[in-house]
Design a protein around this ligand. Sequence first.
Ligand code: PEP
Ligand code: MN
Length: 276
Amino acid sequence: MDDLKLAGISKEKKHTVIEINGIKIGKDFVVIAGPCSVESEEQTLKTAVAVKKAGADMLRGGAFKPRTSPYAFQGLGIEGFKILEKARKETGLPIVTEVIDARDVSWVCEYADVIQIGARNMQNYALLKEVGKLKKPVLLKRGMHSTLSEWLNCAEYILAEGNPNVILCERGIKTFETYTRNTLDLSIVPAAKEVTHLPIFVDPSHGTGKLSLIESMTYASIFAGADGIMLEVHIEPETAMSDSDQQLRPEDFEKIMNKIKKLKQSYDTIVVEEIG
Ligand code: PEP
Ligand code: MN
């Protein structure tokens, strides 16, 4: 991957650390949690308070939802961003939220601490160039049909515009497997670390689409060397307007959070031998 002028790893640049409100992405293990969609003030605030209590570092929630069907819930838009603003005020958690249209980047910035580019927009070059003009951190999800090289070249688009704050996020790829929603490619984590200095997160919620698989894939992500995790949590998953099958209840999220802390400590004591 010779053409990664900015995203590529070098002797001088091995790890990027991105600081948001004292949280050091690329250094500390960071947990982003929250609902798939912002649905109402009550649902978002209750979920935000619960994930904060469980120890999450940042709050996620979509106000623009890129849905497979045009008739499915598309998100609350501006109303949703105002709810996220309240949640930030109430909990102090920085907000991670998606933008799907280059024309909205400038005003969504006022509500987002991290701008998410979703899997479907990974190669939306106009959008990448627009977020590249900012200094605000960008969480770039892996396209569902994308190779590591294609993904890192999209990160390069953002970096080349002048924004050095890019965080990668693996969220599963399409394979012939149908049991899971996507195939979570955990080997991409150490693979990415061989070629880029950018931090990399894993999203086991979209990566598996199945509640029963999220816990084990979360722990596996730590041991794959991920810099953080993104988990969908909903105060009442069965009523969720999107992704109701994969959103954790706050009490289950709390159990996972407690184990994450222990597993991260044990991961840090293990020296991964360099083979090959
Ligand atoms: C999301 O995180 O809200 C989302 C839509 O995920 P993805 O872009 O990975 O499908
Ligand atoms: Mn979702």
